[in-house]
Design a protein around this ligand. Structure first.
Ligand code: CUA
Length: 170
């Protein structure tokens, strides 16, 4: 049967296109220096937390009038800092990471509950009102002393917090 040279060109072109497609997919999967981006979660090197400005010195920082950020390291088998101290009537955003294995971070009696994965930063926000104490527990099995891995969130009166942390201009 006779095929027009015009059709031959189109056939050849479509074969080239298919090869290009296969080539680019293969390159994207195994090519040098090409990494899959998993999701939008921040990542950091769990073996170098002391070089990370947020986690080298786990702490609570005031970021707005009633807004605080807590940088917390969950490790076998504790939370740092412990206790985590914040003033009453504030909104606290926790950034939590782990240098060793997967832990949990649950502020008991609130809906704050997250998994803490080495190399990732978990973020969770809690609103606290009256001064009181909340327990913090690890709810991911992380080793022999998992059941004893507990921390405390201390919500203290505003004036007490100011005294301790020298906020204000007094
Ligand atoms: Cu940490 Cu269980």
């Amino acid at each position: 049967m006779h095929i027009h040279s015009y059709e031959k060109i189109w056939l050849a072109l479509s074969v080239v296109l298919i090869l290009l497609l296969i080539g680019s997919v293969t390159y994207g999967a195994v090519g040098p220096g090409i990494a899959m981006v998993a999701d939008s979660q921040e990542t950091l090197n769990p073996e170098a937390l002391e070089e990370d400005e947020r986690f080298a010195d786990p702490r609570v920082e005031q970021v707005d009038d009633n807004a605080y950020e807590a940088y917390v390291v969950a490790y076998q088998f504790n939370f740092d800092p412990d206790p985590i101290v914040v003033p009453e009537n504030s909104e606290v955003t926790f950034f939590i990471t782990s240098p060793d294995v997967i832990h949990g971070f649950q502020v008991v009696e609130t809906n704050a509950n997250t998994m803490v994965v080495p190399g990732e930063v978990a973020e969770i926000t809690v609103e606290v009102n009256e001064p009181r104490e909340y327990g913090i527990v690890c709810n991911e099995y992380c080793g022999a002393a998992h059941h004893g891995m507990e921390g405390t969130l201390e919500v203290v009166p505003e004036d007490e917090y100011e005294e301790e942390h020298g906020g204000g201009s007094a």
